[in-house]
Write a protein that binds this ligand. Structure first.
Ligand SMILES: [Zn+2]
Length: 117
C-alpha cells in the first residue's frame, strides 16, 4: 500500500515509518499544527472583525450618532468587543479595535474612532 506524505499528500517512498517526503514537508506540517487556532478563537475573531467592519462602514468620518437599530440591522454583535475606555467623567466607550461606541440616552449611540490606545 502506498503511503502519503502528511504535508503535501504525495506518495512517500522509503522506510515504512516515513511520514514525509523530506524535512521541508515535515516542518511545513509541524508549523501548520502549531499555528492552528482552536475553533473558538477563530469564531470570536470573526465576530470581532465583523463588528469592526460594521463600525467602520457606519462611521466613515470618525464620529457619528445613530440609533441602536442601525447597528443591529447591520448585524452588529454587542456581546463582543476588544477593550473598554473609561473617561475621567466615567463614560464607558466600548471598542472593537480602533472603532468604539458610547451608549447615549434612549437607544442612541455615539460612534468614535481612536487610533491610539
Ligand atoms: Zn511531502
Amino acid at each position: 500500500m502506498e503511503k502519503q506524505c502528511l504535508d503535501c499528500e504525495k506518495p512517500v517512498r522509503g522506510r515504512i515509518d516515513k511520514k514525509f517526503c523530506d524535512d521541508q514537508c515535515r516542518s511545513n506540517y509541524n508549523n501548520r499544527l502549531k499555528s492552528k487556532n482552536p475553533d473558538i478563537v477563530n469564531f470570536i475573531n470573526s465576530i470581532l472583525k465583523n463588528n469592526r467592519k460594521i463600525l467602520e462602514k457606519l462611521n466613515p468620518d470618525g464620529k457619528t450618532k445613530l440609533l441602536k437599530s442601525k447597528l443591529l440591522q447591520a448585524g452588529f454583535n454587542f456581546g463582543f468587543h476588544t477593550h473598554i475606555y473609561e473617561t475621567q467623567k466615567g463614560l464607558m466607550y466600548i471598542f472593537c479595535y480602533e472603532y468604539g461606541y458610547l451608549a447615549l440616552e434612549k437607544d442612541w449611540y455615539l460612534l468614535v474612532k481612536r487610533n491610539e490606545i
